[in-house]
Design a protein around this ligand. Sequence first.
Ligand code: SF4
Length: 254
Amino acid sequence: MNLRRFIVEFVEEFIRDKLQDLGLKLRTKPLVGFASTNNYLFKTIKNIHPWIAYPKELLPQAKTVIVIAVPITKEAIDDNARSPGVSKLWARVYVILNKILEGLGKELTNKLRFRGFRSIAINPPHEFDHELLRSKWSHRHAAFVAGLGTFGLHKLIIAEIGAAVRLSTIITEIYIEPNSLPDKELCLAKREEKCSTCIERCKVSALTNWDAYGETCMLDLLQKNAEYLMRAFGIYADIYGKCVTNVPCSFQAP
Ligand code: SF4
């Protein structure tokens, strides 16, 4: 079996089995995208966001960046779409998928190392500087380079399986043929069709003016939600997710 197929099948089986064990339904298969570490887009990203690492800063001999997009369950999306505040099910599934992706990263990198290729996993929630509000790695940007989707007005990736996904990354020394970029914008507004639903769903206007209200979203809203989720349900998750639920790009690229 070639390595690309091995990785895709391993990811699909791992996610399916773990969700099944927890009694959760996979709404569609996860996606796996591949990017060359030499792709010029990593340089473009660095020029715009100098704090984001090049893949080779994290693994010097790396050849490929693998990005995995796992669909958030239909039930969690519907629940967060309906509930006035952040939903408990949305938070629960968020935490579960993060854990599953962490386990997947560990197992897959071990398998690749066993075949002689050094590999590192970057888990979904990773080192985040809460003062500067930035991370050393951006799964969203890596997902774009790996051909998994395009950016929506909500600043998240819209994949073929929608924007309600969790992302994680593996950087490896194996060379795998990269994906090409999508041949069109997947956000309705970006291809000049009428849509601003995600903007209207944001209760702190962060998507209308990120420079003015981005901090309110990251520091105030998400922090308050984290405190509420911990107090009410004992779940730690600084999330909201309204901009990817009850929007045309929740379940698939519109
Ligand atoms: S809700 Fe509409 S405008 Fe916002 S990202 Fe999705 S398609 Fe684009």
